[in-house]
Ligand binder design. Structure first.
Ligand code: PEP
Length: 257
């Protein structure tokens, strides 16, 4: 048994305006308040425009729910129209910043070099990066999923020192399973998450690797989460579509019930 606290994070993608965000987080907080859920860390990852509202609610009501951004600029400030910096996100008391989600890699051509700069920007401003890695369908069909994912991992972590790396969250998200309803089998998830932990041990040390939380993401739902979470190297879930339904997300958070 590891001491890693599972992290269940809801990636809302480009959904829920700031008013809907408040109602949604209130619903989550209410549903999770009747039981001690300290054994599971719960986070929401709303669009940038919701973060201030979520912060006000979490601060005001002293909620245990954490929150973070879906992206972060590699820059601190300046002439970067449309970008949001780690400085701004830490001012909003974000805990997490997602880096390298496959939708950003696909639609915004983010590569490992940029992801690496974003990981460093997050650490610089006291945020915990959730670094997303994972293969597309062609790579999976060619049986190259482990090598491909480990290359992304190494690219994202280049020159990141052990004392920072041990706090990062890695999200293994096979692209073919994201938003498709096609979830990886628990064995598929374990194969790659186990290889990620082994590579982290090689890059840093076993001690560091044992501290790092590795999430699985890709069509996680209340009906499949328990089997995935039972895998020894899966320490949480990054949940997209199912996190938009508060009742369903609560069931995912309560995967042990
Ligand atoms: C995601 O957006 O990170 C994700 C895993 O989406 P979904 O759960 O909808 O597949």
């Amino acid at each position: 048994m590891s001491n890693r606290i599972p992290l269940m994070a809801g990636n809302w993608k480009m959904n829920l305006n700031h008013l809907e965000a408040i109602a949604h987080v209130q619903k989550l907080a209410f549903a999770l308040a009747d039981k001690d859920y300290e054994a599971v860390e719960v986070a929401v990852l709303p669009p940038f425009t919701d973060l201030r509202s979520v912060q006000t609610l979490v601060d005001g009501d002293k909620l245990k729910i954490k929150y973070g951004s879906q992206d972060i600029s590699a820059q601190d400030s300046g002439a970067y129209t449309g970008e949001i910096s780690g400085l701004m996100l830490s001012k909003l008391k974000c805990t997490f910043a997602v880096v390298g989600h496959s939708e950003r890699r696909q639609y915004h051509t983010e590569n490992d070099e940029l992801c690496n700069a974003k990981v460093k920007a997050a650490f610089k401003h006291g945020l915990t990066p959730i670094l997303c890695v994972g293969e597309g369908l062609d790579i999976r069909k060619a049986g190259q999923q482990v090598q491909f994912t480990l290359n992304q991992l190494e690219g994202g972590l280049k020159d990141v020192p052990a004392e920072q790396a041990e706090t990062i969250v890695i999200a293994y998200e096979p692209v073919w399973a994201i938003g498709t309803g096609e979830v990886a089998t628990p064995e598929d998830a374990q194969e790659v998450c186990g290889a990620i932990r082994q590579r982290l041990a090689d890059l840093y040390s076993q001690d560091v690797a044992d501290k790092i939380r590795i999430q699985y993401g890709g069509s996680v739902k209340s009906g499949n989460v328990a089997a995935i979470m039972a895998q020894p190297d899966v320490d949480g879930a990054l949940v997209g579509g199912a996190s938009l339904d508060a009742d369903e997300f609560v069931k995912i958070v309560r995967f042990r019930d």
